[in-house]
Ligand binder design. Structure first.
Ligand SMILES: CC(=O)N[C@H](C=O)[C@@H](O)[C@H](O)[C@H](O)CO
Ligand SMILES: CC(=O)C(=O)O
Length: 311
């Protein structure tokens, strides 16, 4: 099984600071062991960028990632089918490795067939690119089960390659895997604190915001799972959960992810865009203290007598 952490883009500053993307690529590859990137998704505030910004961000990741990254998948979902198609075509032109699309979330598809028709029109604009459906019902409000969407999807969308599943419904996720065993689909799980459970259900990879700075830790969990050392895999997952549980209680989202990533990587991710608000200083200080006590920051100044540290 090919289980890889995939990381997201943070557009640095309100005006996108394209100049740090090269450094960002090197950081993910060298420090986190992350070689697959999902661009312009939730964490990258893809839906808060203009179309021309989305094109430039995609270009920059593809260019800077050349010969360094394995796969760069571009999220091209939009409310306007036409814009989505333009972005899909653009992704193909610049040599991206795949495209992903969320369900349109303002005027919504109310049944599976309508959703598939929308996705199909986008996929057709990039007929040579692997296509992923990005299932994130809590944010899109489109609650059509992924299992239903996948039923017969290959006949409608020949380039269908896989599912990015960002939901906690493991019955739905498990059935997506179970009902498509004969097909070589990728099942990418998007709830970082539950990844181990999804691996048991047959996830083939992971996409998540925390892999920006917990990529190395998560890779250790994936390696333990691969060698069937489940008790060690569980220790790693619990360790990751301790951190996520802590920050969730403080209020955790895209803004907070940027603040944490800036802190851990030293690369300035900048503030988020409205309607998001910058993480508070209090949040960042608390998150930093937690990262240190769990040994997730490289300066090991708390090692002695630190009962919480994760090995
Ligand atoms: C809604 C959201 O942003 N989900 C992210 C990716 O799909 C996850 O990576 C979460 O940030 C992570 O699992 C923490 O809850
Ligand atoms: C976290 C994630 O999967 C995204 O940014 O789309």
């Amino acid at each position: 099984m090919d289980c890889l952490g995939t990381s997201l883009l943070h557009p640095p500053f309100r005006e996108i600071n394209f100049s740090v993307i090269g450094q960002y690529v090197d950081y993910l590859v060298k420090e986190q062991g992350v070689k697959n990137i999902f661009v312009n998704g939730t964490t990258g505030e893809g839906l808060s960028l203009s179309i021309s910004e989305r094109r430039r961000v995609a270009e920059e990741w593809v260019t800077k990632g050349r010969n360094k990254l394995d796969q760069v998948v571009i999220h091209v979902g939009a409310l306007s089918l036409k814009e989505s198609q333009e972005l899909a075509q653009h992704a193909a032109e610049i040599g991206a490795d795949g495209i992903a699309v969320i369900a349109p979330f303002f005027l919504k598809p109310w049944n599976k067939d309508v959703l598939i028709n929308f996705l199909k029109e986008v996929a057709a604009a990039a007929p040579a690119l692997p296509f992923y459906y990005y299932h994130i019902p809590a944010l899109t409000g489109v609650k059509i089960r992924a299992e239903e969407v996948l039923d017969g999807i290959q006949e409608k969308i020949p380039t269908f390659q896989g599912l990015k599943f960002s939901d906690t419904d493991l019955l739905d996720f498990g059935q997506c895997v179970d009902q498509n065993r004969q097909r070589q689909f990728a099942f990418l799980f998007g709830v970082d604190e539950q990844l181990l459970s999804a691996l048991v259900m047959g996830a083939t990879g992971a996409v998540g915001s925390t892999y920006n700075y917990l990529g190395k830790k998560t890779n250790q969990m994936l390696e333990a799972f691969e060698r069937k050392d489940f008790s060690s895999a569980l220790n790693h997952q619990f360790c990751i959960q301790r951190f996520i549980n802590f920050v969730v209680k403080l209020g955790f989202g895209v803004s907070q992810t940027k603040a944490i990533m800036t802190l851990v990587s030293g690369i300035p991710m900048g503030p988020p865009r409205l309607p998001l608000q910058k993480a508070s200083r209090e949040f960042t200080d608390n998150a930093e203290a937690k990262l240190r006590s769990l040994d997730f920051l490289s300066f090991n100044d708390l090692k002695d007598g630190n009962l919480e540290a994760c090995s």
